[in-house]
Ligand binder design. Sequence first.
Ligand code: GLN
Ligand code: ZN
Length: 755
Amino acid sequence: MRTSVIGYPRIGKNRELKFASEKFFKNEISEAELLSVASEIRKGNWESQKKANITFISSNDFSFYDNVLDTAVLLNAIPKRYQELGLSDLETYFAMARGYQGEKGNVKALAMKKWFNTNYHYLVPEIDDDTEIRLSGNKPIEEYKEAKAQGVETKVQLIGPFTFLKLSRYTGKKTASDVAPAVVSAYVELLKKLSVEGAQWIQFDEPYLVRDLSSEEIKLFTTIYTTILAEKNTAKILLQTYFGDVRDIYSDLIALPFDGIGLDFLEGKQTATLLAEFGFSKETILFAGLLNGKNIWKNQYEKTLSTITSLKKTVGENVVLSTSCSLLHVPYSLFGEDALPKEYIKHFAFAEEKLQELSEISRIFENEAGAEEILSANKALFVSRVDSTDEAVQKRVNSISDGDYERRPVFAEREKIQKEKLNLPLFPTTTIGSFPQTQDVRKNRQAFRKGEISKEEYIAFNKEKIQSCIHLQEEIGLDVLVHGEFERNDMVEYFGEHLSGYVFTRQAWVQSYGTRCVKPPIIWGDVSRKEPITVEWSKFAKSCTNKPVKGMLTGPVTILNWSFPREDISIKESTLQIALAIRDEVLDLEKAGIDIIQIDEAALREKLPLRKSDWYSEYLDWAIPAFRLVHSGVRPETQVHTHMCYSEFTDIIPAIDAMDADVITFEASRSDLLILDALMENHFKTEVGPGVYDIHSPRVPSVEEIVNALTKMREKISDEKLWVNPDCGLKTRGDEETKASLQNLVAAAKIVREK
Ligand code: GLN
Ligand code: ZN
């Protein structure tokens, strides 16, 4: 049984790439040193896969920052503003990713967006009418050769032209179809070059195919691939899809002469039906995505084997067992997770263990020696799990009534009551919550974790931090203050640690964007709150000032979406359990005198189904009520804020309004301000704080820039509803740039008020 891995994590087992890149950004290491760290990582990745006998191993799945950005650069889609900086190739690449501020100029980064329904983010390629698309790089070729030199024959992974075109942003008159011919020529030239080097398989990733597709899109896709397949050389072509099924294009897809087609049988709810109904070409190899590339639970071998057997009945012998998507979305390996008892560990499979699973399933399938033991050990895992049920929690969820989902009185009345009580100026200024997590903050936490300092010392340090953070905000002149979130490593893990039903890993890092990684906790069983979580910190912060201090929580949908969820109960049920736990915290904060409570739903959109037709019925119809359940118990005068990390909700505005928060802040500075039109058109009732500057870059925005942003916002949002804030938390920024940026923000708000 042949096996395939769509892509492998690349940040390094111990996040070597992250650390090396960050040093490179600070000029602490040379480009050559960074390149050498990168090649070590690739080497290790190929070795692991080779050791597990994987038949189809990818190259070019590595990236210094992001594969979509790699593709843009490969195709010469480098906007002029970056070219004009006159930097080296690698520095230009990083300027596109992170923005640039220095001797050579001052430019913002490309926009960043969520990669389909994952927590990975890609950079949005920008194409204007002058962009001269051509093959201008050789990364895929170099990486193919590099693997080959190490004795590993790889399939070359590419972001496919269709997905690239669909994800790009067109700033001129040209559209995707206008640019397509040039893009196709560039890919054809690349295929030629790869064939010359001896590449045997090229994998074209086309996840965009799992979305709802229009007839024009289907036509664009078929035109592109008809040309590519006609011009192909010796290398075989694998059309790889993931994150769903390809119901809109299935019959067109199987009619094209691909050598391989990769389909997702896990997230693709209709994949099996499509195959049964429309068949599959006998000349094409089916790469069956059966091993979950997104979650960390052990594969249920029996189930997988039976799917393979039935697939073989329809397709014949041409079946390859594959991951369902790139393993980029799971951590590297369980190695080092020795703090977790074996009873837990044995249920998990990270990337390296998934390689093992692929090889074991293939061995069982071939009936090799030891197959039976492997299978029965795997079966045993699915019988029962320690500590996973809590009857009280289940009972509480079952007794939620319709009224528990509604806050009273209605928004308009609350708005009046709150304006009177809080008495804030027009265009109130605030931040999203976290302040820079500088070295000292992390050191303090680590020292406490390692038992090097006492709990009292740990708390005393954080209190000092909170106090100076409050004073800093007072000095800057912000209106609604925050405590700074110094006690939090991560907005989800921190809450998970105070909830029962969660387990934690030490180094299960997953890349979120560029050098940023997250360490999602694992929902093991039924969830409940062990004790008040944030109350003491918020109370202390409030005692340091006369200004209002926002309490800061993470919402249930985000907690769920940024955790590895259970697969034995629905995510809806887990979310309601979490919602009840956070509801208790909200009520405790209110009791402690906190007048404003922010409940972050940074990841609300994460699990929004990729197909519009499923949005409400499969997700929003329970996710939005789950959020309301959290805050519906507060008094009218308590102001509830929420925050989202993107502005991409133009299409779900009624759902966002139905969260019934009093204020929502969101990212707006990196994307265009189209969202504002949509808010206006939909008569959005909730007050809004569209981020006035981008915190993902160290660049300090000027007062003028912020005034301009606010002026634009005022055209669409009434003055009474507009808040002024950065677009996300400041935790990844430095102290200096934070202060400078916020001073400019407050100055800008004052100028606009005076107008
Ligand atoms: N309150 C969080 C912070 O400021 C929000 C983080 C986020 O939206 N990702 O860090
Ligand atoms: Zn955010």
